[in-house]
Design a protein around this ligand. Structure first.
Ligand code: DC
Length: 235
């Protein structure tokens, strides 16, 4: 069966990453968490006091940033490395979460990330999650999914996730962060979050995790068959 690109976009805390990981594990595909890339850049800028309002400084800093992933195919897990150092935990901290949307509005940052993401997906066989994957990074992705969920459900899920990691945050703090990020992500000038016209919408408010994974796997299978036949008849 031909390998395809699966683009998973949507709001923060809708279950994109856990869904993408499970899809990658089941399909034996690679998984790229593009949010982790913007988070790693934000962490670097914070550590090096890069001024976001100084384009020259931002551009220079980007030249010193190398982001890599180590994938664990058995679990679908992914670990993020910044210039060779594991940053998987620190990039999920409130400090990074509080600034990452702002950093991802910068055109130069997006251009650098999109170029890397396209390289990573060149050989297909990947699940990539983010905000602009189906619209900008891979507008020709064979399967595009747009995930949504009610705000209160998202807040509850994200708080649980953070508490499990030992980060004590109130529902209000989580809600405030998600609302702020939704607003910045959907209204920014550079590739704002929006559903691609040909994306399937999955609302995860009332469905359990296994159901959302099954739904996407079914769609992926259909697309793989379509793609396979397309190749056979020379399309
Ligand atoms: O998926 P996440 O919550 O880890 O993403 C963190 C932030 O990065 C999100 O608020 C917006 C930004 N982002 C983006 O602009 N484009 C992407 N493809 C992925 C994330």
């Amino acid at each position: 069966m031909r390998k395809i690109v699966i683009a998973l976009d949507g709001y923060s805390a809708c279950g994109k990453s856990s869904t993408a990981k499970e899809l990658a594990r089941r399909l034996e595909y690679g998984y790229i968490d593009t949010g982790a890339m913007y988070r790693a850049v934000t962490h670097y800028f914070q550590e090096h006091n890069v001024s976001l309002s100084n384009p020259k400084e931002v551009e220079k800093a980007l030249l010193n940033i190398e982001i890599t992933f180590i994938c664990h195919p058995q679990t679908g897990d992914n670990e993020t490395f910044l210039n060779g150092l594991r940053v998987e935990d620190v990039i999920r901290s409130p400090k990074v979460s509080g600034q990452v949307s702002e950093v991802s509005t910068l055109k130069v940052v997006r251009e650098a990330m999109v170029a890397q993401q396209r390289k990573m997906g060149k050989k297909k066989g990947i699940v990539m999650d983010g905000r602009d994957i189906g619209t900008v990074v891979f507008p020709d992705a064979e399967l595009k999914v747009f995930m949504t969920a009610d705000m209160e459900v998202r807040v509850g899920r994200r708080q649980k996730e953070l508490l499990e990691k030992g980060q004590m945050v109130s529902l209000e703090e989580v809600r405030e962060n998600l609302e702020k990020r939704d607003l910045i992500d959907t209204t920014r000038e550079e590739s704002p979050l929006r559903k691609a016209d040909d994306a399937f919408v999955i609302d995860t408010t009332n469905i359990i995790f296994d159901q959302q994974v099954e739904q996407i796997l079914n769609l992926a299978n259909d697309k793989m068959i379509e793609h396979h036949h397309g190749e056979d008849i020379g399309l």
